[in-house]
Design a protein around this ligand. Structure first.
Ligand code: NAP
Length: 286
């Protein structure tokens, strides 16, 4: 029986995950397909329940469902519980388990693609959704000295900080600021060693396409700028940082590394990250 997997999100039209997983399944000789399941919030429960069919390996979960999906699953892995977000559902027998491979995917890309050691560094996150939770956890685990989260909804950001505080070791401060009051500018202009865009701003096919979440003139050349957005290949945030002479990378490496982790959870096999990178680049027309 051909196995099925896919991505649950809204929107998902521009996802390159079908190309990335399709190539990896083919290279590994696994008879499986990968689909893009556009899932408005009111249809999320039904979509998750459909994964209980015997032909389903599981699903990836993307914007805006990474936090809300927990309510419809049977179990959570340790890293999904710790981050408070799910980017992978594993269908194992009767059970649907939420997992989070974004944490390891981000940590690996930061280390291997950007050559950045977060230990003792001040990190600033733009956005407070599911991906920001994974990034914050990765930075806490890497021993960052400050994890500073900026967002639009004070109650929501505070919840992220409260959830992560018990996991934060002495020597790491996790805190937040409201985007609207401008207090984050001091951090952005001078203190942050790492700035991570955890919003969809700049993503092709959305209302924020072509925009950087922060203007180039506020970006310091000494900092590293990491955009979770990977479409287009050179995102507006990356282009703005580079125009200031700063080092910047997009989310393509993270996409591939988290997908490779998910592939292993679904199939028990290692994926070829080279095959996945080639498929991702081809999918983006690079
Ligand atoms: P999410 O849970 O919906 O969170 C999005 C966050 O961005 C929320 O905090 C939201 O604010 C904020 N936001 C949205 N539009 C904004 C705007 N115009 N201005 C300021 N803030 C805005 O989504 P997510 O799952 O965290 O994903 C975020 C992005 O990361 C997406 O583009 C996703 O594709 C990308 N991502 C990439 C990878 C990768 O492997 N490269 C992995 C994970 C995610 P509110 O809370 O106020 O709504």
């Amino acid at each position: 029986m051909t196995k099925r997997a896919g991505v649950i999100g809204h929107p998902v039209g521009h996802s390159i995950s079908p190309a990335v997983y399709g190539a990896a399944f083919k290279a590994a000789g696994i008879d499986a397909t990968y689909e893009a399941w556009d899932t408005p919030p009111e249809t999320l429960e039904g979509r998750v329940n459909a994964l209980r069919g015997s032909d389903f390996l599981g699903a990836n979960v993307t914007i805006p469902h990474k936090v809300a999906i927990k309510d419809f699953l049977d179990a959570m892995s340790d890293r999904a519980t710790r981050s408070g977000a799910v980017n992978t559902v594993v269908h194992d027998g009767e059970k649907l388990t939420g997992d989070n491979t974004d944490v390891a995917g981000f940590a690996r890309s930061l280390r291997e693609d950007a050559g950045f050691d977060a230990a003792g560094k001040r990190a600033m996150l733009l956005g407070s959704g599911g991906a920001a939770r994974a990034v914050a956890l990765a930075l806490v685990e890497a021993g960052a000295s400050v994890v500073y989260i900026v967002g639009r909804q004070p109650k929501k950001i505070e919840r992220v900080v409260l959830d992560l505080k018990p996991l934060t070791p002495a020597g790491t401060t996790i805190t937040w600021a409201y985007w609207g009051d401008g207090s984050y500018l001091k951090m952005l202009r001078g203190e942050a060693n790492l700035v991570v865009n955890c919003t969809p701003v700049g993503m092709m096919g959305t209302s924020g396409a072509g925009q950087s979440p922060v203007p180039a003139e506020l970006m310091q050349p000494e900092a590293l700028f990491f955009d979770l957005v990977y479409n287009p290949v050179e995102t507006p945030f990356v282009a703005a940082a580079k125009s200031r002479g700063a080092k910047a990378i997009s989310g393509m490496g993270m996409l591939v590394y988290q997908a490779a982790e998910t592939f292993k959870l679904w199939t028990g096999q290692d994926a070829s990250t080279n095959v996945m990178f080639d498929a991702a680049k081809a999918g983006l027309g690079a």
